[in-house]
Design a protein around this ligand. Structure first.
Ligand code: SF4
Ligand code: SF4
Length: 473
């Protein structure tokens, strides 16, 4: 078997010996100042890095060079994403699952988890509660179970989410994180108007993958790893990759994740829309002692830093698996999207889970409300954004990437962030958050370079004050 990023076979585009050799190469060069400096020069062009070069940066053990990698990640974040942070929330539909993933409490046969599936009426209740918090963007999550959670259930749920308009609220972008499925089902998801299709690889190491997924359809490594190819062939243009860091040596995982991104870019002309970086956490029946590759806070921050440097055009997501301190740190290293006010149980937004019932997939480490997260972002120099404009304006796939690579997307992101923040402040924020947010919007208006755009935004902000909603560029 030889490495081939254009191949449609998982064992060739995530070719194990290429990944292993890259890991060895990176480790062997972790003190190689001349090589690391030359990779940093290349990275400064802000056009991305190969998996090999990026792996050397992740392995780098030179403090001065590591500081420069962090500075570069911060500068790329500022250049491509400004100070905006897009907010979203997960909505768990069902924890029924036929798979045996040993790191997940939803695994089949875990007696410690209560099984539950939301009805459409319950979904409507959850979405109403999420809208009342101020969310506009959701990620739907569900276990894999062809009987309890067939594709028809997922499609019906998407329709329920999109159709609900409560007061000034609306969910404007529904991203979907469900198990690998057929091209035919991906077409159905595309036709249902999903935003990004998200699927985490968990681990790219085939041997480890098969051991950690001993039973169920997810056991099939190639079918899972080739899922994004089927999704993109089905016409889903925005896909979100991710690995569950801590299952395998993180250098291997990072390398293979970038090989996956390179494969998509080579074959489809567009890389992943987002990359998520969850890491293994304790949960009901899940003991961290069983995962010797679990990553500490410093390595986690370095992974985020190096992903940002390697793929400047890809959104980078960190969830409430991370606590406030960790999130604060990685926000300055390239993260562009975070969840806020999240529940990781099936339901739980509308009403808390009853005593003795636990359907959480993992423990939320940042338990603050969305209002608190928004205020915290504002107070730390970030602009919370509820923007969903691109997908609704047809800016997806290669059209989106072209705008992103040319830097033109910033002309839309910044004004849209201010307008959606204004909506949030008026409709959902506490008085304290309104005050901080109002000051930020006033000072940011002056930062819109184009006079005509500034005028449009000012008119739209006045329109929002007068009751209009959903302006976007
Ligand atoms: S990770 Fe996903 S597929 Fe695996 S047990 Fe959990 S919900 Fe099921
Ligand atoms: S304009 Fe597009 S890229 Fe920018 S925040 Fe909105 S949806 Fe995201």
């Amino acid at each position: 078997m030889s490495y081939n990023p254009t191949s449609m076979r998982a064992e060739e585009f995530i070719e194990n010996s290429e990944a292993m050799e890259t890991v060895e190469y990176a480790k062997a060069n972790r003190f190689n100042m001349a090589l690391i400096d030359s990779i940093l020069e290349q990275a400064k062009l802000k056009t991305g890095l190969s998996h090999r070069d990026a792996a050397v940066l992740l392995a780098c053990a030179l403090p001065e060079q590591n500081a420069r990698i962090e500075e570069l990640a911060n500068s790329i974040k500022r250049e491509f994403y400004g100070s905006r942070i897009v907010l979203f929330a997960p909505l768990y539909l069902s924890d029924y699952c036929v798979n045996g993933c040993v790191y997940c409490p939803y695994h089949y046969g875990n007696p410690g988890v209560f099984r539950k599936k939301l009805t459409q009426a319950e979904i409507a209740g959850e979405v109403t509660a999420l809208q009342d918090m101020g969310h506009k963007r959701l990620a739907l999550e569900s276990g894999e179970d062809p009987v309890n959670n067939p594709i028809e259930y997922i499609l019906e749920s998407i329709n329920t989410v999109y159709s609900l308009k409560h007061k000034n609220g609306a969910i404007r972008r529904v991203n979907v994180n469900i198990a690998a499925t057929t091209e035919e089902n991906y077409k159905k998801l595309r036709d249902a108007g999903i935003g990004t299709y998200i699927l985490f690889q968990e681990t790219y190491n085939r041997t480890r993958y098969e051991r950690l997924h001993p039973t169920g359809p997810k056991h099939h490594y190639a079918y899972h790893t080739e899922a994004m190819d089927r999704a993109m062939k089905a016409g889903i243009e925005d896909v979100g990759l991710g690995a569950l860091f801590g299952l395998e040596d993180c250098l291997y995982e990072f390398t293979a994740l970038l090989m996956h991104a390179e494969h998509l870019e080579t074959v489809f002309g567009v890389g992943p829309h987002t990359i998520s970086a969850p890491r293994i956490r304790a949960a009901a029946g899940i003991d961290l002692a069983d995962f010797p590759n679990a990553v500490d806070d410093n390595m986690f921050a370095k992974i985020i830093t190096c992903v940002r440097v390697a793929v400047p055009y890809t959104g980078l997501i960190v969830s409430t698996r991370e606590n406030r301190e960790c999130r604060q740190r990685v926000l300055n290293l390239g993260v562009s999207q975070i969840s806020g006010g999240s529940r990781t149980s099936v339901g739980g937004y509308d009403e808390p889970e009853p005593e003795g019932v636990n359907t959480s997939q993992f423990d939320v480490m940042d338990t603050r409300s969305l209002d608190e997260v928004v205020r915290w972002l504002l107070q730390n120099g970030h602009i919370p954004s509820f923007c969903t404009a691109c997908y609704r304006e047809g800016r997806t796939g290669d059209r989106f990437m072209a705008l992103c690579k040319s830097g033109q997307i910033a002309n839309c992101c910044h004004p849209n962030a201010l307008m959606t923040l204004k909506e949030y402040l008026l409709d959902y924020a506490s008085a304290e958050t309104q005050e901080v947010g109002g000051e930020v919007i006033s000072s940011e208006l002056g930062g819109i370079p184009n006079e005509k755009v500034r005028r449009i935004v000012m008119d739209n902000l006045a329109g929002i004050e007068n009751g209009s909603r959903d302006f976007r560029l």
